[in-house]
Design a protein around this ligand. Structure first.
Ligand SMILES: [Zn+2]
Length: 179
């Protein structure tokens, strides 16, 4: 069995229309939160920057949430701009839905795949795990990872998920011997 791992190499960009220049790409850059206290309520935003004109906009992470509802470690993370917390929030599908953006993973991930050992008996079983929720099309990932054409993938791969539908959930497939 060969273990493959899909992981991010940096944070993805955001497909988010800029109100100033109409560009559709934004970045979290180093990753900064803004916390605003209003009595016993807190607003928390994640700041993002237009990649064309540098305009900063705020994504709502918490909207008037009671201070006591926060885990103290989480609150410290917001104040310290903890990179792990930035990644966790940015990759949370709820944040994307509430703030109407999608993630642009182009060039932001890689596949770690050990080479098949020479002489390994066919068929070969491969298990794909996702260290980060990068949406990939199995047929493209497999073609890339094995250096096969799309036709060869369709002919030689037995897979337990649809090959053409993007997924970021682990799956496994079997490579049958070529001719
Ligand atoms: Zn802009």
């Amino acid at each position: 069995m060969l273990p493959w791992v899909v992981r991010r190499t940096r944070l993805p960009l955001l497909s988010l229309r800029c109100v100033d220049c109409r560009s559709e790409s934004a970045t979290t850059g180093e990753g900064r939160f803004r916390v605003n206290a209003n009595g016993k309520l807190l607003d928390v935003w994640l700041l993002v920057r237009c990649v064309s004109c540098d305009r900063t906009s705020k994504l709502t992470v918490h909207d008037r949430a009671p201070v006591r509802s926060f885990d103290p470690a989480e609150l410290d993370g917001y104040h310290a701009n903890d990179p792990e917390l930035v990644a966790e929030r940015l990759l949370d599908p709820l944040l994307a839905r509430h703030n109407r953006f999608t993630l642009d993973w182009k060039g932001a991930w890689r596949l770690d795949a050990p080479p098949a050992r020479p002489g390994e008996a066919w068929p070969v079983r491969v298990e794909v795990a996702f260290a980060d929720p990068v949406p990939v099309r199995p047929e493209r990932l497999i073609a890339h990872g094995l250096g096969l054409s799309r036709n060869e993938v369709l002919r030689r791969i037995k897979c337990d998920v649809p090959l053409h539908r993007p997924t970021s959930t682990g799956f496994a497939f079997t490579v049958m011997a070529g001719d």
